[in-house]
Design a protein around this ligand. Structure first.
Ligand code: PRP
Length: 174
């Protein structure tokens, strides 16, 4: 098998400790809330599964999926919804869960899309935040780890649909 060279950056132990810290904070912030956690497919599924099991408050779950077109280094890219959520969110607290925020275009689009349905609040929780890569200003409310440039895989993140299953996070070495 043709394996790419990769180096571990966050071990499963470090990830679990950090996810528990975020889950504790979210549990405090949303006590008594009618919370809907919205995972963005596909990458967020593992982080979201760990996160909600480490929270000690109830929540509903739903999923959305978006596609980005022309989001290359020079173009601004267009984001399109390919699978909408099915839960009514009017008057509810929404927590979007992402595996990674890069240019910020996906989150800018999704928060705009969901706000139109008049939820009580919308916040974003990202496992990884590549702040230096932003093309639009976007600030996540909860962040697992901030990282520099570099292609990361594992814990839900893929390279050409490979490596999502890995329990640790790696950076691909060029
Ligand atoms: C990744 C990630 C975010 C988006 C972030 O998804 O899961 O949804 O890119 O990038 P942005 O901030 O530049 O918009 P990807 O398109 O790789 O799909 P996947 O989750 O199915 O792997």
């Amino acid at each position: 098998m043709n394996e790419m060279s990769k180096e571990i950056i966050f071990s499963r132990a470090v990830i679990q400790k950090r996810v528990q810290e975020i889950a504790d904070q979210i549990s405090k912030d949303y006590v008594g809330s009618d919370l809907v956690v919205v995972g963005i497919l596909r990458g967020a599924f593992i982080f979201m599964a760990d996160l909600i099991r480490m929270m000690n408050i109830p929540c509903k779950v739903d999923f959305a999926r978006v596609a980005s077109y022309g989001a290359g280094a020079e173009s601004f890219g267009k984001v399109v919804m390919t699978k909408d959520i099915e839960t009514s969110i009017r008057g509810r607290d929404i927590l979007i869960v992402e595996d990674i925020i890069d240019t910020g275009l996906t989150m800018q689009y999704l928060t705009g899309w969901l706000s139109e349905r008049n939820p009580r609040s919308i916040k974003v929780c990202a496992f990884l935040d590549k702040r230096k890569k932003r093309k639009v200003s976007f600030h996540a409310d909860y962040v697992g780890f901030t990282i520099d440039d570099g292609f990361v895989v594992g814990y839900g993140l893929d390279f050409d649909e490979k490596y999502r299953f890995l329990p640790d996070v790696y950076v691909i070495k060029q």
